[in-house]
Ligand binder design. Structure first.
Ligand code: HEM
Length: 212
C-alpha cells in the first residue's frame, strides 16, 4: 500500500481502516478504565492521595464525569456513516447532546482545576475542546460538511485526551511526575501534540501525494 493511502485509504480499505481504528480506541479506553478508574475506586495504593482529592471534589466531578462519558460515547457514535445516512435526525439530536456534554465537561474541568497548578493546562485543554466543538457545530449548521467532519475529528481528539493521557498511569515514574511542573506545562504540550497529530492525519494525502 502506498504511504499516501495509509491514513485515509480509498473506498473499501477506508472502512477497514475505520474498523481497526475504532477497535484500537475501544480497547485503549477499556485498558484505561481498568488501570485508572477501576483501580482508583478500589483504592490502589499508588493512587491513594489522588483518590482523597477526587472524593473531596465529588460535587464537581459527578457532572464533569457525566459530561465527559456522554461526550466520549456520543462523539464516537457521530462518526458512524451508517447511523448518519439512516437516521439523520438522530445524528442531529446526538450532535447537540455532544456539544452540551463538552461544554459541561470543559467548564467543570476548569472549575476542578481552579487554584491548582494544573489550571493553565486545563484551561488550554478546555478552550481547545470548546473551540473545536463550537466550530464543528457551526460548520454543521452552515452545511459545510467536509469542514464539519474535520472539526469533529479535532474535537473528538481533545475528548479522547482523557483516555490517552492516562495510558501510562500504572507506570510509577509517569504517575510520580504528575506533580506541579508536569501539571503546569504537560497538559498544554499534550493537547497541542494531539492536535498536531490530527492535523497530520487530516492532511496526510496532500502531504504525501504529488499533484499531477
Ligand atoms: C472524555 C472526557 C472526560 C472524562 C470522561 C473525564 C472524567 C474524569 C474523571 C472520572 C476524573 C476523576 C478520575 C480521574 O482523574 O481519572 C476526572 C478528573 C479531572 N478532569 Fe476530566 N474527564 C474528561 C475530560 C476532561 C477534559 C477535556 C478536561 C479539561 C478541561 C478535564 C479536566 C479534569 C480535571 C482538572 C480533573 C481533576 C479533578 C481533581 O483534581 O479532582 N477532564 N475527569
Amino acid at each position: 500500500m502506498a504511504s499516501s493511502t495509509l491514513l485515509f485509504p480509498p473506498s473499501s480499505d477506508r472502512s477497514r481502516f475505520k474498523t481497526v481504528l475504532w477497535i484500537s480506541l475501544g480497547l485503549t479506553s477499556l485498558f484505561v478504565f481498568i488501570t485508572s478508574e477501576a483501580l482508583l475506586v478500589t483504592d490502589y495504593p499508588m493512587y491513594h492521595a489522588y483518590r482523597l482529592q477526587v472524593i473531596a471534589d465529588r460535587l464537581l466531578l459527578i457532572p464533569h464525569t457525566l459530561g465527559g462519558v456522554i461526550a466520549l460515547l456520543a462523539g464516537a457514535m457521530q462518526f458512524s456513516s451508517r447511523l448518519r445516512e439512516r437516521h439523520l435526525k438522530f445524528h442531529r439530536i446526538l450532535g447537540r447532546v455532544y456539544v452540551i456534554s463538552v461544554f459541561i465537561g470543559a467548564l467543570t474541568g476548569v472549575a476542578l482545576a481552579a487554584g491548582r497548578p494544573g489550571l493553565p493546562g486545563t484551561s488550554m485543554q478546555a478552550a481547545a475542546w470548546i473551540v473545536c466543538t463550537t466550530a464543528a457545530f457551526i460548520t454543521a449548521r452552515n452545511r459545510q460538511i467536509a469542514q464539519h467532519r474535520q472539526w469533529m475529528v479535532r474535537s473528538y481528539a481533545v475528548t479522547f485526551t482523557f483516555v490517552t493521557s492516562r495510558v501510562l498511569n500504572l507506570w510509577p515514574l509517569y504517575w510520580s511526575h504528575l506533580g506541579d511542573t508536569f501539571a503546569a506545562v504537560g497538559l498544554i504540550a499534550f493537547t497541542l501534540g494531539t492536535l498536531l497529530v490530527v492535523e497530520l492525519g487530516l492532511n496526510w494525502r496532500k502531504l504525501t501525494t504529488h499533484r499531477a
